[in-house]
Write a protein that binds this ligand. Sequence first.
Ligand SMILES: [Zn+2]
Length: 819
Amino acid sequence: MDTKLDPSRDDLPLMANTSHILVKHYVLDLDVDFESQIIEGTIVLFFESGNRFQKQSGSTKEPCRSESNEACRFRMPEPCHSPVTDTRTFSSKTRSNDFTICGKGEKDTSGKDGNHDNWEQASGISSSKYCCDTGNHGSEDFLLVLDCCDLSVLKVEEVDVAAVPGIEKLTRSPKLTVVSEELRNQIVCELVTLPADRWREQLDYYARCSQAPGCGELLFDTDTWSLQIRKTGAQTATDFPHAIRIRYSTKPQGRSVTWTSDQSGRPCVYTMGSPINNRALFPCQEPPVAMSTWQATVRAAASFVVLMSGENSAKPTQLREGCSSWHYYVTMPMPASTFTIAVGSWTEMKPETCSSNDLAAERSLSPSEADFRYVGICGHMEYPCRFQNPSATTQEIIPHRVFAPVCLKGACQETLLQLVPPCLSAAHRVLGTHPFSRLDILIVPGNFPSLGMASPHIIFLSQSVLTGNSHLCGTRLCHEIAHAWFGLAIGARDWTEEWLSEGFATHLEDVFWAKAQQLDPHEAQEQQELKACLRWCRLQDEVRNSPEEMQVLRPNKEKTGHVSDSGSSVVKHGLNPEKVFMQVHYLKGYFLLRFLAQRLGDDTYFAFLRKFVHTFHGQLILSQDFLQMLLENIPEEKRLELSVENIFRDWLESSGIPQPLQRERQAGAECGLARQVSVEVEKWIRMNRRPRKRKRRETEQVFEKLLPDQLVLLLEHLLEQKTLNPRTLQSLERAYRLTQQDAEVRHRWCELIIKHKYTKAYKDVERFLQEDQAMGIYLYGELMVSEDSRQQQVARRCFELTKEQMDRSSAQVVAEMLF
Ligand SMILES: [Zn+2]
């Protein structure tokens, strides 16, 4: 693996000047055309200017701003040269001076919801008179910088929100006689700050404003990573139009969406969690600090289903012949990077019979579980929050739908459908209130590069989780469900601290899954210990084989969360294609949380975790927010030598294996399930050594039935053997019916096949590389490394068959291995 990192290739720039102006709401209006593989339409952005947003998180009151301007490291944009040459200056004299009261100043400070923060009134906007960072664009106009890549921007214009009938109700001036920039901005300002209980009205106004006529084109320019917009004469963010409409189209090769075909061969398109997130889907403010709501109307041919991050369970509206329209919205502000869309000819899967699991939904809370039903105050900016809604807090199973290509109906009914209710219910028992009101689950096309992905209101699962028994499907589903809390409702303020979502989801996946299976405490502990054994092997392997600087969970150390004066920043290694395939952040984060839970005892730890969720949902956090609150909330005598500094040093800021973990594993963990595997491994090794003529006795050898995770461990142990003869491999496959097991087991089986050049089973490897692309790319490396021409042929043949469909990042990594 190449350890030399090229900054221009590895680091992901976040260009948006979120310190000057913030998007509060997006209205998307899009047409999806499968013929041309283009999504085309408009996006309207509603802004709030000034520094009101500087207090986003309850705990991190002062946003960190670094002295050095990191944005300077990027090529600065050329002067704007848009066709519009409006030299008329917009006199700064007309600039509104009363924006300080534009928040909630005079109204809506009704005492009962304490979220109308004082800082909104106190902060003022006076500091918003920034010149844009570039300094060299030849004018003193304010420059709006949006993250944007691979898009064709056709037109940018100001929206005349004052033209919307009835909009004057939002302003303090009774009649809209003189429509000025100032008035329009005042309207938007009132609109974006409407109180949470008026969310329906707010969404409706947003929709109507988005369709209002334009009132002047704006100058714009694009470069590799951004779209820059200015209005001649508008010198500050406050003067800049607060509602703008951008007409644009995506490009077929754009990196935010994948155009492909589903398992039934029909076309589809979806966002695949690209490293560049959604900036090739719509121009946006990418930094997580820009938390916004959105609504979208998407039109496609009537045979397609449009799924999206939206809290309403949308149904299509028939438009003109053969075309239908879908409308979704969210009322909880979230980073634009979490938005997801998928359009395809999917079918909603329903259980064949009503299952007994529905009964679980009726179960009421036991007194011990009720202790986390805090009602009332939340720490986030105002929105209609489920944590404040008593009927939402007790809902164990949220409404959900499952979509898949019709050819996977049987597989969905056998595994996935029965698993959703118990997994959702388990999550509720562990963490309490579901942060999102509903869920769609989609089985994505075969080229999806991972086993799953969670976005607000929608989970993507790979077809690979549908094979074998329910174990892999259940654990993965639990992992993605856990992201609703960690990753979505509570996001990382600094994307380099991704352990805050992945470490938590990995740790919680085991806990949820044990509850979903209704294991008794001993069984649950045994299974979790077995998982720890597997993850320990994996972590050691990853640490040996990945660049040191990419093994650090908090690489920015005390500079974590820092941004330039404009709000721009850089995500370290954010574009490194190998990073997608690394699990160090998952694994080290998982082991840290396991270590903490063991130190405190599960009861104390999970009671704390519920409290943490209650405090921080709807906000962005840094590692210290979690650790500080954890240590403050545990009694002195249980704290032992734990301190935030020690945890940073031992777990988050060093590469390699954390010392406390090393000590724990060396002490040797008791795991009955792993011991059972060792006994079986010995049997196989003895059998492998026996001369061929004693074959008859071998068949009498009795092998224990093993759990899927035990099978994985067994195969990993056998992978350490120098030689396994074809006879042994054949018996192994027969004894456990390996080709019918889940993808994790089959992956190890394929590794054995490759390592021991078991040519008879090469077809299993070929099948895996085509059907389990979510996991398949490691095997390409293994096929190439032995320099065996037959194996290399297998690799090249499979790549030839799949490369067109493969996502760009995977294809790039595989191509580097192969050629
Ligand atoms: Zn809340």
